[in-house]
Design a protein around this ligand. Structure first.
Ligand SMILES: *[C@@H]1O[C@H](CO)[C@@H](O)[C@H](O)[C@H]1NC(C)=O
Ligand SMILES: *[C@@H]1O[C@H](CO)[C@@H](O)[C@H](O)[C@H]1NC(C)=O
Length: 639
């Protein structure tokens, strides 16, 4: 840190009891005397004086016993005060409103006596303001304090990165004065200019505890035995600015933005670093329970400062901000702005990012409505963007995501989110289904994620009605389940019969197709067998009621069904010359019908009351985790 030493005469401190007094050994006009000025407690002792003090200056609750001559020769204000004092000798003055208080007055007084004073970034602003108050101008005496401080500021403080920040921070208790004296604007300018400078010109020290640069790890591609000069990272300045209070921080960032030389990404990085540092619990999605007003204003300011361009901050950061904005009850404007930005960057989000707690008093754990709104506006936004503009937008941050890829990412994200919120026992089916339906138009390669969510929901909500069970299962396209998920699904005692039949059909169909990769669509005939299934609304000609199909089959039912289908497959394989496909289908339908009519439904009907307890079985895992093979016998007990 830069400092300036003024004066040369000694100044010694002496502790006296529970207060500190300092003894001035003054050599003025060849006269030697001691003046003991007591701080805090009004105590004054002459040690040895040949020249008595002739003025008492009261600053705050401190009395300064001084001499008129040195003070008045440098301070126009004190001259005037003495002249206009009510006190007949003008030897007791009160200057309660001096900026910087007793500490700053002491610096000025010592300067008047020519005693050693050291100015640095911490005390220079107070001294400058006090000197202004005391009117210590060049017109009063050459080489006066104001001039000396200004030279110090210009030639040292504002040339230094860290000192400029310290000085700016020190203006907080003296804001009006330092504003008036342009100390604030000059610090801001100094900081913003340095932050905007080409990084190759940065040759001062700065705080940087962020991610290591490749060159610092010694595995930089350019590293070839000679230690390369370390590259200054673009965001070298962001950490030091975290020291600033939010109002000053806001002004610095605005100034940096005005200069227009720092990219939005770096400004975004700075805002992220600042919020992490200044909002306790931010990274954990919590907020402090004190100083709500202060933190609310902080979050609102950060939102206000976000660079205009999309993608300059991460979606995860935006979602954390949103979470904080909700908890701190920030204004509608800020929340809407965050929602708008998040919806545009939604493909980058993770499930964890989206788990925003529901407001107090809501039955559900998470705020599903907010995610619903985000997905809704994402889908609207992406469908409204014209291709040319789209290309431009995509190129800003994540060029790898085209609009279609973005939609798939969001759909997958929502699948994962659904699986997470499905654990909430109070989550209504409608919220689950409505959210899933927004992305249902997006063609995803796999429905495994969605299946996992549905299965989780069924597992956690064993008591849901048949129609709800049907509604939720209809979200999924069994054709898009992986072999692994199918394996899980056919053993899943929570799924309605219609779904199991579909899954079984596709499982078998996939096995019969020689390519193995392309799965045929559900044949119209099988579709007809499944009334009101996910693949159409055509009513079945079968005599079975919908209710039967929505029932949950037992493990034995499934086994029987599977056996039937396997026979079909085997007979299909004997018929390899290509004419067989429709035959298989036909046979399949008739067999399934027969099966349904005879075996399963008689069973189901005879044990309808059992359905409630069937679903209480809790043995299946989600498809991603399952390691079981189809032959693994189920724990389900059927008495
Ligand atoms: C310090 O710098 C400011 C702004 O550049 C200038 O106006 C002022 O005259 C300078 N003061 C001194 C004492 O150099
Ligand atoms: C195909 O199989 C059917 C039934 O097995 C048979 O009648 C027919 O002649 C076969 N066609 C050819 C081209 O091999």
């Amino acid at each position: 840190m830069k400092f300036m030493k003024l004066g040369s005469k000694p100044d010694s401190f002496q502790t006296d009891g529970d207060h500190i007094s300092f003894v001035l050994i003054l050599l003025i006009f060849g006269l030697r005397f001691y003046a003991d000025i007591s701080l805090q407690i009004l105590m004054f002792r002459y040690v040895a004086t040949e020249l008595a003090t002739d003025i008492v200056v009261n600053v705050g609750d401190v009395k300064f016993y001084c001499h008129k001559f040195p003070l008045l020769s440098k301070s126009a204000r004190l001259q005037k005060l003495v002249a206009t004092s009510n006190d007949e000798n003008g030897d007791e003055l009160h200057i309660q409103d001096i900026p910087g208080g007793p500490g700053a007055f002491e610096i000025c007084a010592k300067f008047c006596y020519g005693m050693t004073v050291t100015l640095n970034a911490y005390n220079v602003v107070a001294a400058r303001c006090a000197a202004e108050y005391l009117e210590m101008y060049e017109t009063v005496e050459k080489g006066n304090l104001i001039y000396k401080i200004d030279v110090f500021l210009n030639s040292s403080i504002f040339r230094s990165w860290k000192d400029s920040i310290t000085v700016l921070q020190s203006t907080k208790s003296l804001l009006l004065w330092s504003e008036e004296l342009k100390v604030v604007s000059r610090s801001l300018d100094s900081i913003a200019s340095k932050a905007s400078i080409d990084t190759s010109m940065v040759e001062w020290s700065y705080t940087y505890n962020r991610k290591k640069l490749p060159s610092e790890n010694g595995n930089s591609p350019q590293w070839n035995g000679v230690r390369k000069q370390q590259t200054v990272p673009k965001d070298w300045w962001v950490e030091d600015l975290c020291e600033l209070r939010i109002d000053l921080y806001k002004r610095v960032i605005m100034k940096i933005k005005t200069k227009g030389r720092v990219s939005g990404d770096v400004i975004g990085e700075a805002l992220n670093a600042y919020t992490m540092r200044r909002l306790p619990g931010f990274s954990k999605g919590m907020i402090p329970n004190n100083d709500i007003v202060k933190y609310r204003s902080l979050v609102e300011t950060i939102v206000w400062l976000l660079p205009a361009e999309k993608g300059t901050v991460s979606c995860s950061f935006l979602l954390r901000l949103l979470r904080a904005a909700i908890l701190l009850d920030c204004g509608e404007t800020e929340r809407n702005e965050l929602m708008r930005r998040i919806s545009q960057q939604l493909p980058e989000a993770t499930v964890t990012d989206l788990l925003i707690r529901a407001p107090a008093g809501e039955a559900t754990i998470y705020d599903v409505d907010i995610v619903h709104n985000l997905v809704d506006s994402f889908m609207t936004h992406i469908s409204q963007t014209d291709p040319v503009k789209k290309e431009f937008l995509e190129s800003t941050r994540s060029p790898k995501f085209g609009p279609d890829a973005s939609k798939v990412l969001v759909a997958k994200l929502i699948d994962g989110y659904l699986a997470e919120i499905a654990r909430d026992p109070n989550l209504p089916v409608s919220k689950f289904v409505n959210l899933a339906e927004i992305v249902s138009s997006v063609s995803r390669p796999s429905h495994d994620g969605l299946y996992r969510g549905i299965d989780m929901y069924l597992k956690e909500h064993p008591g849901i009605s048949k129609s709800d069970r049907k509604r939720i299962c209809r979200l999924m396209d069994c054709k898009k389940l992986s072999a692994e998920a199918c394996m899980h699904a056919v053993q899943n005692e929570r799924l309605p019969l219609r779904v199991v039949v579909q899954v079984l059909f596709f499982e078998q169909a996939r096995a019969t197709t020689s390519s193995g990769s392309s799965t045929p669509d559900l044949p119209g005939s099988v579709r007809a067998l499944l009334p009101g299934g996910s693949h159409g609304s055509s009513r079945s000609t079968t005599t079975n009621t919908e209710e039967d199909w929505d029932s949950v089959p037992t493990a034995e039912d499934i086994k029987a069904l599977k056996g039937e289908l396997t026979t079909l497959r085997l007979s299909g394989e004997t018929n390899r010359n290509g004419t067989a496909k429709t035959d298989i289908e036909r046979v399949a339908v008739s067999r399934m019908k027969g099966l349904a009519m005879s075996k399963i439904f008689s069973k189901l009907k005879s044990s309808k009351e059992r359905n409630g307890e069937i679903s209480s079985s809790d043995t299946s895992e989600s498809p991603e985790e399952t390691k079981s093979t189809p032959s693994v016998s189920r724990k389900h007990s059927l008495s």
